[in-house]
Design a protein around this ligand. Structure first.
Ligand code: DHB
Ligand code: FE
Length: 293
């Protein structure tokens, strides 16, 4: 059967895509940021996921005010990098996994999560920057990608608890796919940042690190953080961190931290990065209860 073998949390700052594309990742500014991903790039080459379920948000690129899906899953064959104003990034086309994606869509909808299904869309920095951070600059991305887009741009955004429950439902969906697949789930976005208004540039290193602490081990306090706390403590764009909770919810009750990195500043935000491994634990509602490894 397919199984989720790891969870990755990462910021998705667009400037990091520019640094990769212009070969500046080792300069004085970007060097300490990218150094924190060296471990992960080497690890990804070793563990070779077949599929990445990539939880991210679209930044008014594929969606705009005319359509605002709370949770959308990409079931298409492929997704081109979007033009976000300076031409598409020179990165490979993202290849989907329609069979697994449609299976997850069916399982989630029958599990009472009313997903929007997307067959055609361009993917912006929210998705392509984490791919560059984790995989570098290959000629083709080494894993299939199932985009899972979350609305964190226009209020109302989903609660942390709803995101956690969606992660649990994704774990149930993956575990019921009969083909042997090594699946990772990535939660991207954050950490503290506010891009506009009088508080633009706000960072909160202590809060960000408490949030990462809360995702490691067997606690689930982070699912109960309410919107106003994210926004007050970490800025309006800090709400992107709810997407890390989908990743964490999919890992079951117990996790181990394989790698952790934090750096400020990067562009207008803080860089946060976690690699988590699910330990034999419990996923709510899964037949048998146990993740089974
Ligand atoms: C920045 C960060 C983001 O997460 C984003 O989506 C856009 C910009 C920034 O810090 O520049
Ligand atoms: Fe963002």
């Amino acid at each position: 059967m397919a199984r989720i073998t790891a969870g990755v949390g990462s910021s998705h700052v667009p400037l990091l895509g520019v640094a990769v594309d212009q070969h500046k990742t080792r300069d004085d500014y970007f060097g300490p940021i990218f150094a924190g991903y060296d471990w992960t790039r080497e690890w990804e080459q070793r563990v070779k996921p077949d599929v990445v379920i990539l939880v991210y948000n679209d930044h008014a690129t594929a969606f705009d005010a005319s359509i605002i899906p709370t949770f959308a899953i990409g079931c298409g064959e492929r997704y081109p990098p979007a033009d976000e104003g300076f031409g598409p990034r020179p990165v490979p086309t993202v290849e989907g996994h329609p069979d697994l994606a449609w299976h997850i869509a069916q399982s989630l909808i029958l599990d009472e999560f009313d997903m929007t299904i997307i067959n055609e869309m361009a993917v912006d920095h929210g998705l392509t920057v984490p791919l560059s951070m984790m995989f570098g600059q290959p000629g083709a991305w080494p894993a299939k990608v199932i985009p899972l887009a979350v609305n964190v741009v226009t209020y109302p955004v989903p609660t942390g608890n709803r995101c956690w429950m969606l992660g649990e439902a994704i774990a149930r969906a993956v575990a019921s796919f009969p083909e042997d697949l090594n699946v990772q789930i990535w939660g991207t976005g954050g950490m503290s940042h506010q891009l506009q208004g009088p508080r633009a540039g706000l960072l909160n290193q202590a809060w960000d690190n408490r949030f990462m602490d809360a995702l490691i081990g067997d606690g689930d306090d982070a699912r109960w953080i309410d919107h106003i706390e994210y926004i007050r403590e970490t800025g309006t764009e800090g709400i992107e961190m709810v997407m890390w909770l989908i990743m964490r919810g999919a890992l079951g009750s117990r996790t181990r931290c394989l790698h952790r990195h934090y750096h400020i500043p990067c562009s207008n935000t803080a860089i946060g990065h976690l690699v988590l491994e699910p330990l034999a634990g419990y996923v709510k509602g899964m037949t048998g209860g146990e993740l089974g490894w």
